[in-house]
Ligand binder design. Structure first.
Ligand code: NAG
Ligand code: NAG
Length: 342
């Protein structure tokens, strides 16, 4: 059969399916209660919209180029599949109703955070940090079980490959993650911690693990207790890694993530990073605390990072008024950015 005939058959089945679906005539939707006139109006509008889309697509099939057809295909598929945007939350009743209603767990990029109420900010923060958006098909834990270890995604497109670079911020005398990544993946791991004051300024722990007694922050300066803090951009410069891919950045830096993140996204130092492991610290529940934090997290999402694993650090158990299930102050989020050329 020619491509045109196949396409036409596909379109016709699409229309029939869409119409049946919209009218709730397919199995699975038969349990719906009787339709109100609003529902009917909505169904009619949807049919009209789909018909328009189809006739546009049909004329592309007839007269468009292969290229045009190819670029229209994903769009039309999205329109016809009852996807995420058509997902209707079933709020139910009982203690979880409020969280379902007010807490946005996904698509943070689309939210106008300034417009959220205090309650929505709180519910959203604690929903977002508890959920993932993409699947990593295989991951390996590097470092200790419990505090100190992190899960590296081993899917082929984001896997660290020798020669690779890993930045590990916040060591607190536990090099278990750093040592494992160096051994297992053969990466050069740069380990940073300004609080380990007994260590020399710089020392090679092994051939592959390089310690620097400096920290990450939103600006480069020396703080009141004589810690040398740098922006990510300046660390890249200092180590001669400007413009290089950094396979994994791990940060557990006790609230300094909040000033560091905006600088990392604005400076572009974050662009060539495949995996990002971030421990978010959230000591408080008020608007003044939450709003800038969610804005920082939104920047991480805007930079293209998607959550593939979320873990609550049990060390920092926390109770949040109004949130009906167990919380912590420390969430270890694991993000990846797909399709980055190595
Ligand atoms: C660590 O090793 C690297 C080579 O991998 C070398 O360039 C650097 O000077 C060494 N640093 C220290 C502090 O010994
Ligand atoms: C501050 O740190 C620098 C470099 O790490 C060091 O040379 C200096 O002696 C320190 N100053 C004080 C007062 O500890």
């Amino acid at each position: 059969m020619s491509t045109k005939v196949v396409n036409t058959i596909a379109i016709v089945s699409c229309v029939v399916f869409a119409v049946l679906m919209t009218l709730h005539l397919l199995p699975g939707s038969l349990t719906c209660d009787s339709k109100t006139s609003d529902d009917l109006q909505e169904a009619k509008a949807r049919i009209k919209e789909l018909t328009n889309e189809l006739s546009k697509f049909k004329s592309l099939v007839d007269t468009g180029s292969q290229g045009e057809l190819k670029s229209a295909q994903p769009n039309i598929q999205k329109k016809f599949s009852p996807g995420h945007e058509n997902f209707q939350e079933d709020l139910g009743s009982g203690p979880l109703k409020l969280v379902r209603e007010k807490g946005y767990a996904h698509d943070l990029v689309k939210l106008e955070l300034d417009k959220l109420t205090d309650e929505e900010l709180l519910m959203t923060m604690h929903s977002y940090v508890d959920n993932i958006d993409v699947l990593c098909r295989r991951k390996f834990r590097m470092g200790n079980l419990g505090d100190g270890g992190w899960e590296v995604c081993d899917d082929p497109d984001v896997r660290p490959r020798d020669p690779c670079i890993v930045y590990s911020f916040g060591i607190n005398n536990d090099f278990s993650f750093d040592d494992d990544v160096a051994t297992v993946y053969g990466c050069h791991v740069f380990s940073f911690d300004p609080s380990m004051t007994k260590m020399p300024e710089a020392i090679n722990r092994s051939d592959k693990v390089h310690f620097h007694r400096i920290g990450l922050d939103g600006r480069t300066y020396v703080n009141a207790i004589n810690w040398s803090l740098y922006t990510l951009q300046d660390i890249r410069k200092k180590l001669g890694h400007q413009g290089e891919v950094i396979d994994v950045i791990k940060m557990d830096i006790e609230n300094s993530e909040w000033p560091a993140i905006p600088e990392m996204t604005e400076s572009g130092a974050f662009d060539k990073v495949k995996q990002l492991f971030l421990e978010y610290h959230m000591e408080k529940t008020d608007r003044n605390f939450l709003l800038p934090k969610l804005k920082a997290i939104q920047l991480v999402e805007k930079a293209g990072f998607k959550k593939f694993y979320a873990h609550k650090n049990p060390e920092c158990k926390f109770s949040v008024e109004g949130f009906p299930v167990v919380r912590t102050k420390c969430y270890e989020l694991h993000y990846l950015k797909r399709w980055l050329p190595h």
